[in-house]
Ligand binder design. Structure first.
Ligand code: ADP
Ligand code: MG
Length: 698
């Protein structure tokens, strides 16, 4: 086997710090670094110098084009390629790229959703370089990570509000750190996003219109064997998959993405990739790239990578875990219990900030992961419920209890806890997240938000999480900055927060029916679908908080809500149309063919002998014929509903219609077709079965 030099390969297609330091003049490098670390405006002359070197480096590495790479609200990434060539007076070309082109681009992007923020006559939004995320080369193109805004400054993408939310948490956290005398010039949030996905054979995929048009199967009876034996989870990786993973890792490493672990997941054909965590906006870019590269590399291996949250009904879907923490530039993880009394008090205050944020803004976290696809997973006994709660683990819960009730903590030794005065007991850090059913779990030095669907952009939940935590910190800073006795005020504040927000803490089984009742008793929200969750974005308390921290403007909040609901409606509309198409063009004709053979057989057999019973033929025929009627009724019902859906122009009403009318009709239709699949000969069935799709990759 060809030997690869990983350290040499790593980041070889990235214009990273090492490359910048080596290639840029010292003063240019120093100004750029200041822009990156401290968000200081970049001078035009510096931008020109950076652009020149970036271009030279890119050309040396095979690039011919450049693009501003951005994340519109469609959830995928977008790019428009321009070549470096500029005509020269002698009739040839020279390769040019200016500071202006680096910093600002103007894609003609009128077809991206803007939710009314941008009238089509002023369609051109502009993209602005995010120098904190390194440029990279992909497909002979220098990709420059950018934010995408309208000319009036409204964000048209997911990156802009993410960067704003990081600024908000930086601003508020620094106020708190100052009170503790902790030395830090800035605070950043970091994220490691574990990504699940399915691999299916390209040939099989080609023959399934539902996978092609919608990313998931809309029909399919369960195979005799699913995931019940648990033999796939962490099982031996099959050779073809292992070749794919090797190839994928190398592609990601070249792009400086810290792909670290990979294993098989619970469902057959399901796998996971986890990177090493990094700064949130970089992690977001990396995750978008990872998803894109996964699809591309899969193709090279005759495979298709499915990123849909629920490609197969009855089989576990794919999620994404957003591991999140807050760190200072001096290397302190603020969610890590410390060694000294002050560090511990500081840790507990940040812990409280998260607890309060998750409780106060449950709905924002829930809606940040709401999509038509993810609705199929949440609450389905394979993923966290739609109810948001926090798992802290036994020891931390007991410590909070002790603080709340002013009683000694009975850990290894009994201690009274007076924050900031006495040392906190050195409690054992429970890094094994034993409770996999919790949507939001503390795992020793970070929180893991587990409600994300595999196809979600992680930008959305981190925007909400950062903003909500910034709000808690903002309130705490206001209160503590004015306190006469800091330690007493701190102690009282923490006690109060625990008392007021303990309803959000839950260590039990999140999948159980009991929890649904208990959560309702506690007054926690349970927003089951996107149609239920998304409108909450417009609740006054949410809008005000997001505006207060300059994460969104009022117009942006409204446009986003509309776009996300539109997405939901469009997705289900396409699914409905695909179902009708498959049923009318393929399923019904296939069943009819089989019925014809069966009935002909009966007629022929009876001609030969009066005594034949034709039990199989007749009973199958009767049931299949009955199912055909049900299928016909259901498909007509669905067609009528598709027409109604088209006539509703209010997106709140159409999304409710999707939830209440479309999806139940689609479920009904599917049920009849799946039963027919069980009764029809495989020869006549028009599409590959679940068994073929799930067990074909070796
Ligand atoms: P699991 O048990 O869920 O597989 P790990 O503890 O190995 O998890 O970590 C999963 C993810 O969490 C990885 O992407 C890892 O880089 C990330 N992670 C670890 N520490 C932090 C941190 N301090 N902040 C953010 N993410 C982190
Ligand atoms: Mg995890």
């Amino acid at each position: 086997m060809e030997k690869i030099n990983i350290p040499e390969m790593f980041g070889s297609l990235v214009f990273n710090d090492k490359v910048m330091r080596a290639r840029l003049a010292d003063d240019i490098y120093a100004s750029l670094k200041k822009t990156i670390d401290e968000n200081v405006r970049l001078e035009d002359t510096v931008a020109d110098a950076v652009a020149e070197e970036m271009k030279n480096w890119a050309i040396e590495n095979g690039a011919t084009h450049f693009t501003h790479w951005f994340q519109p609200l469609t959830g995928v990434t977008a790019e428009k390629h321009d070549s470096f060539i500029t005509p020269s007076p002698d009739g040839g070309v020279i390769m040019e790229f200016s500071g202006k082109e680096l910093i600002k681009g103007e894609p003609d992007a009128s077809s991206f959703p803007s939710g009314g923020l941008r009238a089509t006559f002023e369609a051109r939004g502009y993209t602005a370089w995010d120098p904190t995320s390194f440029a990279f080369i992909k497909d002979h193109t220098l990709c420059i990570p950018t934010a995408f805004c309208s000319y009036s400054g409204e964000a048209l993408d997911k990156k802009t509000p993410l960067l704003r939310s990081m600024q908000a948490i930086n601003r508020e956290a620094k106020r708190i750190l100052k009170l503790f005398g902790t030395d830090a010039s800035y605070v950043k949030t970091s994220v490691g996003a574990e990504q699940e996905y399915f691999l299916v054979d390209q040939e099989m995929w080609n023959r399934r219109p539902d996978l092609k048009y919608t990313g998931r199967t809309l029909f399919g009876a369960m195979p005799p064997k699913g995931q019940e034996m648990d033999d796939h989870y962490f099982g031996v990786i099959k050779p073809r998959v292992s070749e794919f993973m090797e190839d994928l890792n190398q592609e990601l490493w070249k792009l400086g993405i810290l792909a670290k672990t990979e294993h098989n997941e619970v469902a057959p054909a399901q796998h996971e990739l986890a990177p090493i965590f990094t700064t949130t906006n970089v992690a977001t870019d990396s995750n978008q790239l990872t998803m894109e590269i996964m699809k591309k590399v899969a193709k090279r291996h005759g495979l298709v990578c499915l990123l849909h949250e629920k490609p197969f009904a009855g089989v576990n879907g794919s999620g994404k875990h957003n591991n999140w923490s807050i760190t200072t530039d001096t290397g302190i993880n603020l969610l890590s219990p410390g060694e000294t009394p002050y560090e511990n008090a500081q840790f507990l205050l940040f812990l409280c900030a998260v607890i309060q944020a998750v409780d106060d803004y449950q709905d924002l976290l829930r809606l940040s992961v709401a999509t038509a696809g993810n609705d199929h997973r949440l609450g389905g006994d394979e993923a966290p419920p739609a109810i948001i709660s926090i798992f802290l683990g036994e020891e931390l819960t007991e410590i909070l209890e002790a603080i709340k009730n002013d009683v000694p903590y009975k850990g290894k030794e009994e201690v009274n806890i007076k924050l900031g005065v006495h040392a906190l007991p050195r409690f054992f850090r429970d890094t094994t997240d034993r409770n996999r059913t919790s949507p939001f779990a503390f795992t020793g030095n970070k929180f893991e938000f587990r409600s994300l669907g595999s196809a979600n952009s992680i930008a959305c939940c981190n925007i909400m999480l950062n903003a909500a935590v910034a709000e808690s910190l903002h309130q705490y800073a206001d209160e503590l900055e004015g306190a006469e006795n800091f330690e007493n005020a701190l102690h009282e504040l923490i006690k109060r927060v625990i008392k007021e927000h303990e309803r959000i803490l839950f260590d039990g089984n999140g999948y159980g029916e009991e929890w649904v009742k208990e959560a309702e008793r506690r007054g926690l929200s349970n927003l089951k679908t996107t149609a239920d969750a998304m409108p909450k974005l417009l609740d006054e308390k949410n809008v005000q908080m997001l505006i207060r921290h300059k994460v969104f403007t009022e117009a942006e909040v409204h446009s986003r809500c509309e776009i996300m609901l539109e997405n939901y409606v469009k997705t289900v509309n396409i699914e409905g149309l695909t179902m009708v198409d498959m049923v009318r063009k393929n399923y019904l004709p296939a069943i009819e063919r089989y019925l014809y053979r069966l009935s002909q057989t009966v007629v022929l057999m009876r001609q030969v002998s009066e005594n034949v019973k034709c039990k199989y033929e007749v009973s199958t025929m009767e049931r299949l014929s009955e199912l055909t009627d049900y299928i016909m009724d259901s498909v007509m019902e669905l067609e009528e509903k598709l027409v109604v859906l088209k006539s509703i122009d209010d997106v709140f009403k159409s999304s409710a219609y999707v939830r209440d009318e479309m999806l139940p009709s689609m479920d009904k239709l599917r049920k009849y077709v799946d039963e027919a699949e069980m009764l029809t000969s495989q020869r006549d069935w028009p599409f590959p079965s679940y068994g073929q799709l799930l067990f074909s990759v070796n």
